[in-house]
Design a protein around this ligand. Structure first.
Ligand code: FES
Ligand code: FES
Length: 214
């Protein structure tokens, strides 16, 4: 029923309200559509700033391949990107980027980790060793590298840095007592070339020759 102050019924009032809301929204959409590019750019910049604030850089310290480093990084940076893109240590490979292949394996405080699944900031205060950190003399390889060469534990070589780092970790864990155990504990490292038998031989030999040293 219409009241004294309003000559419309409730139903009519709600229809008016809906119409006004629709008109307001239409005007807003039109305004965006005809806004000059500079205004749109400014809005985008604002959004970028907000995102940058969110991912604000954090300071961290670590020892990377024997060298102490102090740096600022975005907390969202993965270890594999940190190594490859920020330090050009491209020996660490990115295979799946999803924790499935082991190509990105590095050692943090002597333990093997998948660097694609690890945020670099998590290594604050720790020691990180990538394949480049095993030796700085190409004439004097790490015992695990020597064993891989001797037993031809690689074909295309793409998985090899991850296999070697993982193999060192496997020895350090004490999980290389026989071929079966090596196969089991190295099963997270995929080799598309199928060099597995040679890799197992290499690991068993390296075990006797200090292949667990970092
Ligand atoms: S790249 Fe990290 S597990 Fe495949
Ligand atoms: S040697 Fe080619 S993927 Fe392992």
């Amino acid at each position: 029923m219409p009241d004294d102050k309003n000559c419309f019924s409730d139903k009519e009032n709600s229809l008016h309200h809906a119409r006004r809301k629709f008109l307001k929204q239409s005007v807003a959409v039109t305004a965006i559509a005809i806004a000059p590019p500079s205004l749109i750019k400014a809005a985008e910049n604002k959004a970028d700033e907000k995102a940058a604030e969110y991912f604000e850089k954090q300071s961290m310290e670590l020892i990377l391949n024997g060298t102490p480093k102090k740096l600022n990084i975005e907390p969202r940076t993965t270890m594999v990107d940190f190594l490859r893109e920020q330090h050009l240590l491209t020996g660490t490979k990115k295979g799946c980027d999803y924790g499935q292949c082991g190509a990105c394996t590095v050692l943090i405080d002597g333990k093997r980790v998948l660097s694609c699944m690890t945020l670099a900031i998590m290594a604050h205060g720790k020691q990180v060793v990538s394949i480049e950190g095993l030796t700085d003399d190409p004439e004097k390889l790490h015992p695990m590298q020597e064993a891989f060469v001797k037993h031809e534990g690689m074909q295309c070589g793409y998985c090899t840095p991850g296999q070697i780092m993982s193999a060192i970790g496997c020895l350090r864990e004490g999980h290389a007592n026989d071929a079966e155990e090596v196969r089991q504990y190295m099963s997270g490292n995929i080799c598309r070339c199928g060099a597995y038998p040679n890799i197992v031989e290499a690991i068993l030999e390296a075990k006797e020759k200090g292949g667990d040293k970092v």
